[in-house]
Write a protein that binds this ligand. Structure first.
Ligand code: B12
Length: 162
């Protein structure tokens, strides 16, 4: 059985831009994911709750209003505090100056981001990142019971832990 992997798309609490999130949702779906898009102005607590409910394999955070570095820091700290260990990547326009991009990337990697995508190559870098990771669903099939009859002796019924 081939299950798609799951991706949570979100922003940070201060950011009301939406089309970036729609764009990312479509991009990640092209890579085979089932996406839950939490929309703009996403409180960190809502991301935590969605991680518990939806159990994504990856969280993609986008911010373009210039305040994203702070928002992503808050989100990473909240996820860590609440014991959520799901890879987080972030990107967009995370400060008000492109000159900050390298420093922002280093900062957010140090704080636990799996990768940070900014500048002109952000989208192609994310595509490469998605293409070069094997996205195996975190949810593993569990054997519930074995059917004695059709479709054949010993046929296994699989269910999912979510
Ligand atoms: C529409 C718009 C708004 C609308 C948003 C409406 C809505 N529902 O979305 C409104 C009017 C609300 C708005 C408000 C503000 N905005 Co505005 N907005 C824009 C605008 C014109 C277009 C954004 C858009 O929809 N683009 C289309 C999407 C698809 O592209 P995108 O957002 O750029 O995302 C692309 C890349 O950045 C990248 N990307 C983004 N995130 C991620 C994440 C990852 C992981 C990766 C890989 C890539 C990636 O991929 C996307 C596709 O290429 C831009 C200027 C522009 N032309 O880009 C300014 C802009 C984003 N806004 C800006 C600003 C400053 C504001 C305000 C602070 C203005 C103010 N003083 O009030 C507020 C902030 C409000 C808030 N709380 O967030 C600045 C941000 C500057 C910065 N970061 O340095 C911009 C760049 C304008 C500018 N040149 O100054 N805005």
């Amino acid at each position: 059985m081939n299950r798609s992997w799951r991706c949570l798309v979100c922003s940070v609490e201060s950011d009301s831009h939406s089309w970036n999130l729609i764009y990312l949702q479509k991009l990640v779906e092209e890579h085979g994911a089932t996406v839950r898009n939490l929309g703009c102005c996403t409180p960190a607590s809502e991301v935590v709750q969605a991680c518990r409910d939806f159990r994504p394999d990856l969280v993609v955070v986008s911010s373009v209003n210039g305040d994203g570095q702070h928002g992503v820091r808050v989100l990473l700290a909240t996820l860590r505090r609440d014991g959520i260990e799901i890879p987080v990547v972030a990107g967009g326009k995370l400060t008000t100056s492109e000159a900050d991009n390298d420093g922002v990337r280093r900062d957010l990697l140090t704080r636990g981001c799996a990768e940070v995508f900014t500048g002109d190559s952000a989208v192609s870098d994310l595509r490469d990142f998605l293409a070069h990771h094997e996205w195996t669903p975190r949810v593993r099939p569990v054997l519930l019971h074995t059917l004695p009859a059709a479709p054949g002796p010993g046929a296994e019924v699989l269910s999912w832990t979510s």
